[in-house]
Design a protein around this ligand. Structure first.
Ligand SMILES: Cc1cc2nc3c(=O)[nH]c(=O)nc-3n(C[C@H](O)[C@H](O)[C@H](O)COP(=O)(O)OP(=O)(O)OC[C@H]3O[C@@H](n4cnc5c(N)ncnc54)[C@H](O)[C@@H]3O)c2cc1C
Length: 288
């Protein structure tokens, strides 16, 4: 059942953003295909979100249909070294499942808060690991029909993948990941190390959407922003984190506009001072 005028601030980690005209959480691939056909037949735009941990939804919200592929669509199984998971599985759960099955490869993902669909779309990664290289196959729905890409058909690069090409319009429903055997003690040790690094460096105590910008070749974003004197800069309820300048956090009540203004200010300043064009890593969706 579609929910109408659903506030997307409820399903994004930043907690800002206007409503979706129609909102649905599918529980099966059939639901996804049906919703896509519904949108096509009525000529409504269709937007897919996962756990909303990499999103900034503008204050006017999103027109048409928003499908949130998350908890009700989250089954996973392991056969040999292949972990097959629905797109709504949380990365942290999959990382722990791999540990319990003595499989290595997903340690980097233990602290990434989103789901497998979003992580595949974004080619999410951390601490030298990425989702892309683990992918054996992807199942998706496109134009209301099921399809599959094998490893060779799915290209990806730093925080980018075939799914980001506008022409594709594919909704990920299931992903097969190929892992390697590993000693549980070593796997757990790596997971704990990564979690400790994350807790010590990232502002996890405040809402955010992770790293705001992609890393430009030859630079680190946090130090650039810090050198420009923007660490701690606040616009409305959006603030450049005082702990890690690569993050923008929500401090109390905020509008999406506060984040957009702060992002623009950072981009202008870094371009003027260092000649570096910062590209958002977070996905900005919807209308003002
Ligand atoms: C505190 C914090 C730390 C973070 N750390 C990291 C990190 O270390 N590394 C990293 O890479 N990211 C990080 N992130 C960002 C984010 O968690 C990842 O990008 C995550 O993989 C996004 O998943 P999601 O389910 O939240 O996707 P969403 O944010 O909901 O969506 C992201 C994009 O994927 C698309 N999408 C989602 N599901 C599907 C689907 N089923 N089919 C097709 N397209 C889909 C959406 O349209 C959107 O464009 C962090 C975020 C936070 C808040």
């Amino acid at each position: 059942m579609f929910l109408e005028n659903y506030p997307l601030s409820k399903v994004t980690s930043l907690g800002v953003g206007g409503p979706a005209d129609f909102f649905l959480q599918p529980t099966s691939t059939n639901d996804v295909a049906r919703a896509q056909r519904f949108a096509i037949e009525r000529e409504l735009p269709l937007t897919i979100i996962g756990y909303g941990t990499n999103l900034l939804v503008r204050d006017g919200g999103i027109r048409g249909v928003v499908l949130q592929i998350a908890h009700p669509f989250a089954e996973a199984k392991v056969e040999g070294m292949i972990l097959t998971a629905q797109a709504g599985c949380l990365l942290s759960s999959l990382s722990k499942l791999a540990l319990h099955r003595h499989l290595s490869g997903l340690e980097f993902a233990v602290g990434i808060p989103g789901g497998l669909g979003g992580a595949t779309f974004m080619n999410a990664g951390a601490y030298g690991g990425e989702v892309g290289p683990l992918i054996r196959s992807i199942q998706f729905v496109r134009d209301g029909q099921l399809g599959t890409w094998s490893r060779d058909e799915f290209y990806f690069s730093y925080r980018s993948s075939r799914l980001q090409s506008e022409a594709e319009g594919a909704i990920v429903t299931q992903v097969e990941l190929e892992l390697k055997p590993g000693a549980p003690r070593d796997i757990l040790q790596r997971m704990n190390d990564f979690q400790n690094q994350r807790r010590s460096k990232q502002p996890l105590e405040y809402p955010s959407a992770g790293s705001t910008f992609k890393r430009p070749p030859g630079y680190y974003v946090g130090p650039l922003i810090e050198q420009a004197g923007l660490k701690g800069l606040r616009m409305g309820g959006a603030q450049v984190s005082t702990k890690h300048a690569g993050f923008i956090t929500r401090i109390g009540e905020a509008k999406a506009r506060d984040f957009l203004d702060l992002i623009a200010k950072i981009q202008d300043t870094i371009l003027q001072e260092f000649g570096v064009a910062l590209e958002p890593e977070i996905r900005i969706l919807g209308e003002d």
